[in-house]
Write a protein that binds this ligand. Structure first.
Ligand SMILES: [Zn+2]
Length: 318
């Protein structure tokens, strides 16, 4: 979760190439920072703003781009920074984006944000929060987009706006909802519940960049200059690029394995990842003094980041 204009987190990737993945990230970021600018004009005392909230509902998680909590209502905002001609086709619950060289179909963001609102309603009910009106908006932040409708429905007009009129719309909502549902104590309680329930998503790095494990460069890398692979000689690792020597370079590579692939490793996997012989793999894994799951060939060594980092410091004095 992101508090206004500090750290950023991004939704999980859906695109196939790194380039489009990066441009999607950038697009999310631009959209949300454009929104931040407008929201910064709201009085902080009356509006509590959350960004990128990820909450659990049953076995699943749902994510809300921006949530504005007020004593009278809650507003959920889905932010879109798409460019091109955007046509809403509510009858098929889709949004079609046409640009000079392509036509893309996106799920209807109104349906998305309404689903989030119903999940939030269930979530708040479970925490015994009084029923509070939930409003939803889809906000387009890219001035280079042209929004069109496939028919003259007022439905889409009610939920879709540009960021430039967001403050007006919030003022409208605030004058529409005059009943206070949450007293200051309850506002604090809801704020606390949302903060405590937020679960950041862990994006598998390979998946994020659409890479296969086979594409990773294997071997022990030099902790000093990152050259790969280092050579093993007389119980030490030697870098042929910068001549650095290390006793523990393989542990740094096991940290990489843990972060990139899995929190457990077998002897065979260690041989392949570190490019070492079976007896050496057996020795280095046993020396980790870590938990072992399974027996014989299926034996897996648990890779704990804290433990690995501690070993690098303790055994790293050459
Ligand atoms: Zn080196």
């Amino acid at each position: 979760m992101r508090s206004t204009s500090t750290q950023n987190s991004f939704p999980p990737p859906e695109t196939t190439s790194n380039r489009s993945r990066l441009s999607k990230k950038e697009s999310c970021y631009k959209g949300e920072s454009a929104l931040d600018y407008h929201l910064s004009f709201l009085p902080q005392k009356e509006y509590v703003i959350f960004h990128d909230l990820r909450l659990q509902s049953g076995d699943y998680f749902f994510q809300i781009d921006t949530l504005i909590l007020t004593p009278n209502y809650i507003l959920l905002i889905e932010v879109k920074h798409l460019f091109g001609t955007l046509t809403f086709e509510p009858e098929f619950q889709q949004l079609v984006r046409s640009t000079a060289d392509a036509e893309d179909v996106f799920p209807d963001p109104i349906t998305q944000v309404k689903r989030q609102a119903s999940q939030l309603k269930t979530f708040l009910g479970k925490h015994k929060i009084p029923d509070i009106p939930l409003e939803t908006l889809v906000v387009f932040t890219n001035s280079l987009s042209r929004i069109t409708l496939s028919d003259s429905t007022t439905y889409t007009r009610r939920y879709v706006i540009r960021d430039t009129v967001l403050l007006n719309r919030i003022e409208q909502l605030s004058s529409q909802y005059i009943t206070i549902t949450l007293d200051p104590k309850l506002v604090k309680k809801v704020t606390r519940i949302l903060n405590n329930s937020h679960t950041p998503s862990i994006i598998a790095p390979l998946q994020a960049y659409n890479l296969q494990p086979i594409e990773l460069i294997k071997g022990v890398h030099c902790p000093k200059c990152n050259a790969i692979p280092m050579r093993r000689l007389h119980g030490k690792w030697f870098c042929s690029s910068c001549y650095y020597q290390s006793k523990v370079a393989h542990i740094n590579s096991l940290v990489d394995y843990r972060l990139l692939l899995s929190d457990t490793i077998t002897n065979k996997q260690a041989c392949e990842f570190l490019k070492i012989t079976r007896p050496l793999a057996c020795r280095v894994l046993t020396a980790l003094e870590t938990a072992i799951i399974g027996v014989k060939k299926g034996r897996k060594y648990k890779l704990e980041l804290d433990n690995l980092k501690k070993l690098v410091i303790e055994k790293g004095i050459d």
